[in-house]
Design a protein around this ligand. Structure first.
Ligand code: ACO
Length: 330
């Protein structure tokens, strides 16, 4: 996919350091070799160095050039425990508890990112989305001016006339079950930024609903309307509009009838779903019925990038998510 080539080129041009906390896992070890060989990022593998080197040897791959850090023996572990304690003491975490928690590679990697010892983190080949996001939400937290961490899918429908030559961003399809209007506004702004940074798009953001510009009245519609107003007032420089039905968002002839004065209707390339049920179902419909390529979920809104993998991922998928994370860190 051309977009992924562009993301690789961006990652190579300004190399960042990415931590892989699942360092003792086969696909991560294979990915590490490919990432270093292609110059996409500098890599830190978290795990026991002897185990990792033995696994690499057995797999016939090299982890040369990667830094390997074991929380059990690292001289950084005490500092990381203290950092964790300082951040979470108001939530009842004691220093002793922090010393235990930080031995968990996901927490160790997250503190590493928090302190700037790594620029970003990728995990999830053997952990759930919640396992990965929770330490990130607790420790790295949201970027200034962003109220929620959310996610975006880059959807590519070959040959489609919609979006930017078949390329659209969908959000939020993976993190926030039921965002309120303020959170929905924040998700829209984050996704517009992701569209610019990762895809080089001029974002046209549609706030989706079952109503177009007042055609229906319901509290669910009102939420989207309020979110649209908030997002527009916070970022008047962005093209954001709503509430819009899906067809009015992307089909010019429908837009001309239903929202003739909108700068977004008929041209949307960023689709913001009102909640996670709609978003998660929506991206999977397009992926299956339109045979779209779905890259993601790409996490957005963290102060420093942390990205999730599917547990069914391949080593090549890990390489691509590392490239995306490296570009987000730039
Ligand atoms: N943005 C910012 N902060 C957040 C967010 C968010 N979206 N969600 C929770 N937080 C904060 C909380 O305020 C809390 O902060 P505090 O501890 O400092 O007070 C901290 O993060 C932990 O919050 P919890 O409520 O304990 O976390 P929770 O158990 O709800 O986990 C999670 C958060 C994992 C994101 C949860 O919302 C979730 O499971 N979402 C759905 C994930 C999912 O199943 N997706 C569908 C599958 S993915 C797919 O199909 C591609």
């Amino acid at each position: 996919m051309k977009l992924m080539d562009e993301i690789w080129q961006k990652a190579k041009a300004n190399r960042k350091k990415i931590v892989l906390p699942e360092g003792e896992e086969e696909r991560n070890i294979r990915a590490c070799e490919m990432i270093i060989k292609n110059g996409l990022a500098d890599i830190i593998l978290v795990g026991n160095p002897e185990n990792i080197k033995k696994m690499a040897k057995d797999l016939g791959v090299s982890v040369e050039g990667a830094e390997i850090i074991d929380p059990a023996t690292s001289d950084k572990t005490e500092e990381y425990a203290k950092t964790l304690y300082e951040i979470r003491k108001n939530k009842g975490v004691t220093l002793e508890k922090a010393a235990q928690i930080v031995l968990d590679p996901l927490y160790f990697g997250t503190v590493m990112v928090k302190l700037g010892h790594a620029d970003g983190m990728v995990s999830g080949a053997i952990h759930t989305t919640g396992d990965l996001l929770r330490p990130g939400l607790q420790i790295v937290k949201t970027a200034p001016g962003t109220s929620v961490v959310s996610s975006a899918f880059i959807m590519y429908v070959p040959g489609s006339e919609y979006g930017k030559e078949g390329l659209l961003l969908f959000s939020d399809c993976a993190v926030n079950p039921n965002p309120n209007a303020e959170e929905l506004a924040s998700i829209a702004i984050s996704t517009a930024e992701t569209a610019k940074k990762l895809c080089g798009m001029d974002p046209k953001v549609a706030m989706l609903s079952f109503s177009t510009m007042g055609s229906a009245e319901h509290e669910l519609v009102q939420k989207v309307r309020t979110a649209t107003e908030l997002a527009k007032s916070q970022r008047p420089d962005l093209d954001i509009d709503g509430e819009l039905q899906l067809d009015a968002s992307i089909v010019q002839s429908v837009a001309s009838l239903k929202a003739p004065n909108s700068a977004v209707a008929g041209k949307a390339n960023v689709l913001i779903f009102p909640d996670l049920q709609a978003g998660n179902i929506g991206y999977k419909l397009v992926q299956r019925f339109a045979k779209a390529e779905a890259i993601g979920p790409i996490t957005q809104g963290f102060a420093k990038p942390i990205n999730d993998l599917s547990r069914g991922c391949s080593a090549e998928d890990i390489v691509n998510v590392v490239a995306v994370t490296a570009v987000q860190a730039q």
